[in-house]
Design a binder for this molecule. Structure first.
Ligand code: NAD
Length: 338
């Protein structure tokens, strides 16, 4: 029997997670929680997804002709697990509801770490998350960093990380965010919170991060320097990345793909849904070693990188599958390259 999953908050992350759930052999999407009857709700309705809303907005949905199946509370009652994808900080306000109905729940990176029993990244700590009632899937940037750090850890223990995060200014649908003509240190002070967020998943590394916002909507780009215990060589790193799920390499000199714009164009040419790229995309030419230091740059597609993580976190929380099997099923169903 399939597990019943509800998605509360149907925006950038929620709609992708909802679609992903519908592709899983062991999951059933029972519905989505949506507050406003906007274009996203209209499309969900057309796709045959059941919509639930807050009591006060039932009338608004009715007026706009969008079918509503009930209140968010009704939806949660029906679910085995809720994926909360409401905006930053709103997830925590829903926790008492999930708790009072005894439901497992996933939260996103915009929530404080203490909202959940564990912060999650599939490659790093799937096994530790098994059976946990409340799991927080870390943010897009943290997910990208953790995939790289946990993979490097397999080659040689990562002792120190220094990274700069060049963040996209807005998601493509966000009309009111910027900047559009400036690069802004954000936060202005160092370190940025991303380092602390990495440490919610793995312990014992010396990590400092800085961040700037750049006027782009497509992807984030990170530059990272890792100090590992032993001297490493470039080929070992490339081979390990080649054999790791959800990390792909792009060779700029061979393919001429040398920017986030061209990475996205490849995804569009491939006909990927919403041009999503849930893999971390490492610029192969940027990988450089200097003794026990490793330098690299990689792109993170903010809208989709956490989607497979949410699917795996559902399985970890409900104990449906082991790590390797879950990653494989998620990747196969979502068309992730490996
Ligand atoms: P979003 O604004 O696109 O979507 C949030 C949705 O929740 C909207 O549809 C909104 O109408 C709905 N909502 C608002 N209040 C609600 C309420 N009280 N009850 C039910 N639904 C409500 O936001 P998003 O970008 O999808 O972000 C969601 C979470 O995912 C945040 O924690 C964010 O930090 C995290 N996240 C976002 C990104 C990204 O790049 N967009 C990447 C990784 C993680």
């Amino acid at each position: 029997e399939k597990v019943k999953v509800a998605v509360n908050g149907y925006g950038t992350i929620g709609k992708r997670v909802a679609d992903a759930i519908r592709l899983q052999p062991d999951m059933e999407l029972i519905g989505v929680g949506k507050t406003s009857p906007n274009y996203e709700a209209i499309i969900a309705d057309k796709k045959g997804i059941k919509i639930y809303t807050v009591k006060d907005n039932l009338g608004k949905f009715e007026k706009s002709g969008i079918r509503v199946a009930g209140t968010i509370e009704d939806m949660v009652k029906e679910a085995d697990i809720v994926v909360d994808t409401t905006p930053n900080g709103v997830g925590a306000t829903y926790k008492p509801l999930y708790q009072s109905l005894g439901k497992n729940a996933l939260f996103q990176g915009g929530e404080k770490a203490d909202v959940a029993d564990i912060s999650f990244s599939a490659l790093c700590n799937y096994d530790e998350a098994k059976g946990k009632k409340y799991i927080r899937v870390v943010s897009c940037n943290t997910t990208g960093m953790l995939r790289i750090i946990c993979t490097m850890n397999k080659i040689s223990k990562v002792e120190k990380v220094r990274a700069t995060i060049v963040r996209r200014a807005a998601d493509p649908k966000e009309v009111k965010r910027g900047p559009i003509n400036s690069i802004v240190p954000d936060p202005a002070s160092v370190p940025s919170h991303h380092a602390k967020d990495v440490l919610t998943v793995i312990k014992g590394i010396d990590i400092v991060t800085m961040a700037v916002i750049a006027p782009t909507t497509l992807m984030h780009l990170h530059t990272m320097v890792l100090t590992v215990k032993n001297k490493v060589n470039r080929d070992d790193i490339i081979n390990t990345f080649l054999n790791t799920p959800r990390i792909i390499l792009v060779n700029s000199s061979r393919t001429t793909v040398s920017s986030t714009a061209e990475i996205i164009e490849v995804s569009r040419d491939m006909g990927r849904v919403r041009y999503d790229i849930p893999e971390v995309v490492v610029f192969e030419d940027s990988i450089y070693t200097n003794g026990n230091e490793v330098f690299l740059m990689y792109g993170v597609h903010q809208e989709s990188i956490v989607v497979p993580e949410n699917i795996d976190a559902i399985r970890a929380s409900l104990g449906l599958m082991g790590k390797e099997e879950s990653i494989k099923v998620t990747n196969d169903t979502l068309g992730i390259m490996k």
